[in-house]
Design a protein around this ligand. Structure first.
Ligand SMILES: [Zn+2]
Ligand SMILES: [Zn+2]
Length: 771
């Protein structure tokens, strides 16, 4: 604040203000303009590449209030991180204006995520007296596409895909009117000058535009057809969520057997008709990010069973574009909305690409001609306790930067993990974690990675000098890191990256007791890790405990065949064969024989200490699931199965080896198997399994805390998406008065690995600089 001597309130003052944070693409300049006019200040505001710059002059008290209100009255989508002030000489500036943007090489700042249609625009959309009545691309400075249309910063229409549409005189008048909500709204358009919407049937040639397009699309959906619609960050495939046959058709055509589909409804009230919406869920559903929120479906839910087979949770989201609102208003029923791709491929974004890739799936296309600059999936969130846990971070959240506790001395790129990949570009304290990219298993996803990285380098003006990669020699992300041709590569162990991500997200550098539970990650000893207790800080770690390793017959194949995980544990103590019998019921005997031979001969049966696979083994032994159609399905169903039963903790055995604590789950698995054979309800056994793992994990953590005196715990890894496990573990650890960090802004799963890699690399670079 500028200190003023008493009695000098009529004095004129001038100053220069620089505001950093999320201040472009969120209506910040118009807001500054209105604020300056209100306080009768002269001067100007402009976007620069690294911040928003303001010069103001006027009454000193008014000026003081202006600076204060820059923070307190900022527009809803803005995030003010810092305000820097410098005194200027008084020169008699009287008028206030918005100046053209200043391009500064090296300037860097956040890019706004896309935001859902705001309330005011929604009201206009359905108001026959406005010129944007039923206009499918209505936006203002408070809502609409941002990241998906921005090609470069600073944010001006000329550097967006809206540059293709020239504003008509009526739109331009709004754009230039400081009192208007669309003052300097770079996405401003109307039915006269803006993008077009049209419908193309797949079977016939030709197309229909405007309102008729919407009606044909709605009619198609009501007939049970599959609609491909172009949205903000790519295509969705939609079907009527109440019609079993329609949902099955979509599953068959998309080659997606069982993985749950998300459902879109128009209002919170519509959402309440389907599932239990607590206040935390309601806040998330209605937030400008409008993520998919996992909620418990209630018994009277009208959704087709095939939407989320075998799960009590269903992913719901509210309409977030004008097209969604118009369509759902016509239909008055929930829609399955799944990403427009064939199974596991990236989402389609261009019209020709969609016609080619989705032509065999969809019955009709609802298209528009506003080009999509960035692929941008829907984000997925669930609530554990009262706090949100991110499961997939993309639309509405990415690419907002996170802050590194140790600044990166050199610009770096962290290539992330193999599955659920994201990458991170970092320089200084800013870490730009990309939107969800996907599983790097197909050429298409790899192409998506390269394109997204190229775009991010332009947007954030970061030219990496250091590449960070996983230790796994065969990962495609590793290959990409190598091919970047930078002078220096740093490798980071997968689970260390998980723990570092959680520490860094919370501004900690450690040391902490890190617990990373996931599917698989490449260990230092060449075996598969995945249940790691690490004494870790941001630069180093010591492996202090893990599950007893068991062979994993079939290697990666085991992720989709839980019975193989059970077989691996059985091989450790063959005497227990009878108690494991349920794991192999309904499984092809020949396949079991082959896998058994693999284990005995040690061929294609790597040793693994994976918590994800232990959940699989338990699911198989209890008889919940023996074969799966996607990784993690068995564990998700095991959690669903347990319902709200409290569960009893059964004992695990603990061993010591090389100074590490080994958790031996065999006694637990045997108890579960034996009780299942005695006819105990599998739901009770599922609850008992969760309780037992939470208890054993807490026990190891407490022991490590006593040994090391460390009272900070960091939990990471995809297994902690399990709300039940997380909640009961937290209860134990809070009772032990330990401080526990859990992932909040990034997912517990591999989506956070690139950020963790960046945090470790930045810390290592800083240590080198010191020595
Ligand atoms: Zn709006
Ligand atoms: Zn217009």
């Amino acid at each position: 604040m500028i200190a003023l001597p008493r009695g000098e309130s009529r004095l004129r003052a001038a100053c220069q203000v620089s505001v950093s944070g999320l201040v472009q693409g969120v209506g910040f300049r118009p807001f500054v303009y209105r604020l300056a006019v209100r306080h009768r200040l002269g001067g100007w505001v402009r976007n620069a590449s690294g911040n928003v710059q303001i010069v103001v002059e006027g009454n000193a008290l008014e000026l003081d209030a202006f600076v204060q209100e820059l923070r307190t009255e900022a527009p809803p989508l803005a995030r003010v991180d810092a305000i820097a002030l410098a005194r200027n000489p008084v020169t008699g500036l009287a008028e206030f204006s918005i100046l053209p943007s200043a391009l500064e090489p090296g300037g860097r700042q956040p890019v706004a995520p896309d935001a859902a249609l705001c309330g005011e625009c929604e009201a206009e959309l359905f108001d026959p007296s406005t010129r944007r009545h039923r206009y499918p691309f209505v936006t203002c400075t408070n809502c609409g596409p941002r990241f998906t249309v921005i090609e470069a910063m600073p944010y001006d229409r000329a550097r967006t895909s809206m540059a293709a549409f020239q504003q008509c005189p009526a739109c331009l008048a709004e754009y230039e009117d400081p009192a208007n909500r669309r003052y300097h709204s770079e996405t401003n358009s109307c039915p006269v000058c803006g993008p077009r919407l049209w419908f193309e049937p797949v079977q016939e040639a030709g197309s229909v535009v405007g309102e008729s397009a919407l009606r044909l699309a709605a009619a198609l959906l009501l007939r049970g057809g599959i609609l491909a619609l172009r949205g903000l960050g790519g295509f969705h495939l939609a079907v009527d969520a109440l019609r079993e046959r329609a949902v099955w058709r979509l599953r068959a055509r998309k080659h997606r057997e069982a993985k749950p589909f998300a459902v879109m409804v128009r209002t919170l009230e519509d959402a309440r008709a389907i599932g239990d919406i607590g206040s935390a869920e309601a806040d998330l559903l209605a937030s400008p990010a409008r993520p998919i929120v996992l909620v418990r479906q209630h018994a009277r839910s009208p959704l087709a069973l095939s939407v989320a087979p075998g799960l009590e949770q269903v992913g719901l989201m509210l309409a977030y574009t004008p097209v969604h609102h118009l369509l759902l208003d016509l239909l008055r029923r929930p829609l399955v909305m799944t990403s427009g791709n064939r199974s596991e491929e990236p989402i389609a974004i261009g019209n020709p690409e969609a016609r080619e890739r989705l032509g065999g799936i969809a019955d009709g296309f609802l298209l528009h001609d506003r080009e999509i600059v960035a692929r941008y999936d829907d984000s997925v969130v669930r609530v554990a306790g009262q706090a949100p846990v991110m499961l997939r971070r993309a639309r509405g959240y990415a690419p907002m930067p996170l802050t590194l506790p140790v600044p990166a001395a050199q610009p770096l790129i962290a290539a992330g993990a193999h599955l659920k990949n994201t990458f991170t570009l970092a320089q200084g304290r800013s870490a730009y974690v990309s939107q969800h990219i996907g599983d790097l298993e197909s050429l298409e996803t790899l192409t998506h990675f390269r394109a997204a990285l190229k775009a991010a380098r332009t947007l954030f003006r970061i030219e990496p000098e250091v590449a960070v990669r996983d230790k796994h020699p065969g990962y495609l992300s590793t290959e990409i890191a190598e091919e970047l041709g930078v002078a220096r590569t740093i490798t980071v162990q997968h689970h260390h990256a998980h723990i570092a991500a959680v520490l860094a997200e919370h501004g900690h550098t450690g040391p902490a007791i890190g617990v990373a539970f996931d599917g698989t990650g490449y260990g230092d000893d060449g075996t598969v890790w995945g249940s790691e207790f690490l004494i870790a800080d941001l630069s180093t770690y010591r492996r202090a405990g893990h599950l007893l390793p068991a062979p994993l017959p079939g290697g990666d194949l085991a992720a989709r065949t839980p019975w193989r995980s059970a077989l691996g544990y059985l091989s450790l103590e063959r005497a227990r064969a009878a108690t494991f019998a349920h794991a192999f019921a309904e499984v092809d005997a020949k396949a079991v024989e082959i896998a058994d031979a693999q284990v005995r001969r040690g061929i294609n049966a790597p040793l693994a200490s994976s918590m994800g696979r232990l959940f699989d083994a338990a699911a198989a032994i209890i008889g919940v699931r023996r074969t799966a159609s996607y990784e993690g399905q068995a564990a998700m169903e095991l959690e669903a199965f347990a319902g709200s039963r409290p569960g009893t903790a059964y004992p695990c055995r603990f061993r010591e080896a090389d100074g590490r604590i080994l958790l031996d789950p065999l006694p637990l698995l045997s108890v579960l198997g034996a009780r299942r054979r005695r006819g105990v309800d599998p739901a009770d056994l599922a609850a008992d399994f969760h309780a037992s793992i939470a208890f054993a994990t807490a026990k190891i953590i407490r022991q490590l805390a006593e040994q090391t005196g460390i009272e900070l715990v960091a939990l990471g890894g995809g297994v902690f998406q399990n709300a039940r496990l997380l909640a009961s573990l937290l209860r134990y650890l809070e009772a032990a008065r330990l401080t526990v960090l859990v992932p909040r802004r990034l997912p517990p799963n591999d989506g956070a690995v690139s950020f963790g890699q960046a945090a470790v690399a930045a810390t290592l670079l800083a240590a080198e600089k010191e020595t």
